[in-house]
Design a protein. Structure first.
Length: 375
């Protein structure tokens, strides 16, 4: 196992994410505890020492099951991370209640790592609002040793991350972002990396395989990579991409079975960063994938000057592209929840005034209708 230095700690470069544990009969809230315990035992044996859970994973049961399993190991043999569930703004005034319950569920006296969960457009104002006392409470827990290291995760835009960092950056020790070679450009992950580098904040990676999307490539894309590294799979290429980024400390993978765990651990037996030629090749594969998914909007904003409803069409198209790329993930609906009803895709009246001036000839009215139907 590769280890990365973080302050005075040595963290396994691969962390076990407890969001996609094995379940029974396809019910996400019913974790197969025997299978999960077998996975943790193997992970421990092979050197993984970082375990990541959260309040909402597996219908609230991930923390409970991980607490039961990890209770069988010496407390100093693993690092446990959990998060304050600010993805649900109804939790904002319950930080103390939730934190105490999380310690109880995980059967620990402290968290090695604790995060503001999912800083994004939907919750940034609440996270920054002093009346909720979230930051003050978590800093207090850090000062009294119940949180060893404080950080945040982010699915929001660059601008939202910057707002959060401008407020709390000096106290953030690490940041967890969605990073993979597809999102390097598609979700502006490169600029987010650069922003964190400015703050000297190390990076934790979530969604290294983009929910499994990068585990299986088209024959054409797979062959391009195979010609450069014949003995490495699509999954290994995705992890090698991350091994090529100096700022990355821990890569979290939500592995659903023992076989996935074994394969990923074998990849992290050694570092094999990509050469410049190989980096160009994998980013070219990403460009090819994006071109097959995304509408070619350049955000020239000609359309917005002609929209009688005042819709932010480039932003909506960007969210549409994201939603299509994940076959209906949570990010677009989450961000659209911050829009008023008269600014959502369903507000489009189909007048096609925007289409008359679109240099890319995008059929915007059809896109908005399709997006509304998908949602």
């Amino acid at each position: 196992m590769i280890y990365k230095k973080f302050q005075d700690l040595k963290l396994s470069a691969l962390g076990l994410g407890a969001m996609r544990l094995p379940v029974i009969n396809g019910d996400d809230s019913v974790i197969d505890e025997t299978a999960a315990a077998e996975m943790v035992a193997y992970a421990m044996e092979k050197g993984i020492n970082y375990y990541d859970t959260a309040w909402g994973y597996h219908g609230g049961n991930s923390e409970i099951v991980m607490g039961k399993i990890l209770k069988n190991y010496p407390r100093d043999s693993f690092y446990l991370a959990s998060k304050f569930p600010g993805y649900d703004v109804s939790n904002m005034d319950k930080v103390e209640e939730i934190f105490e319950k999380q310690l109880e569920k995980c059967q620990v006296e402290y968290f090695d790592f604790y995060l503001f969960h999912n800083v994004c457009e939907m919750n940034i104002d609440c996270y920054l609002d002093e009346k909720y006392g979230i930051f003050d409470y978590l800093i207090k827990q850090k000062n009294n040793g119940r949180i060893k290291h404080l950080g945040f995760s982010a699915h929001g835009s660059y601008e939202i991350m910057k707002r959060f960092l401008d407020a709390y950056g000096k106290d953030m020790e690490f940041c967890q972002i969605q990073l993979n070679y597809l999102d390097y450009k598609f979700q502006n992950a490169k600029d987010k990396l650069d922003l964190l580098k400015e703050w000297n904040i190390p990076v934790w990676v979530m969604e290294p395989l983009r929910g499994g999307k990068l585990a299986s490539l088209s024959d054409t894309d797979a062959q391009k990579l195979k010609s450069l590294r014949p003995n490495e799979s699509a999954v290994q290429w995705a992890f090698r991409f991350l091994q090529s980024i100096d700022e990355v400390t821990v890569t979290l993978s939500g592995m659903s079975n023992l076989e996935q765990l074994k394969q990923n651990i074998s990849t992290f037996d050694e570092e094999k960063p990509l050469s410049s030629v190989q980096m160009d090749a994998i980013l070219a594969v990403a460009d090819s994938m994006i071109s097959n998914i995304a509408l070619p909007c350049t955000a020239c904003r000609y359309c917005t000057t002609h929209c009688p409803m005042g819709l932010d069409i480039p932003s909506l198209i960007s969210l549409y592209n994201e939603h299509r790329s994940t076959d209906g993930g949570f990010i677009a609906p989450m961000l659209l929840s911050t829009y008023s009803d008269d600014k959502k895709p369903s507000a489009c009246i189909g007048c096609k005034s925007c289409e008359a001036v679109c240099p890319q000839q995008i059929k915007i009215s059809e896109v908005m209708s399709d997006f509304a139907s998908m949602l």
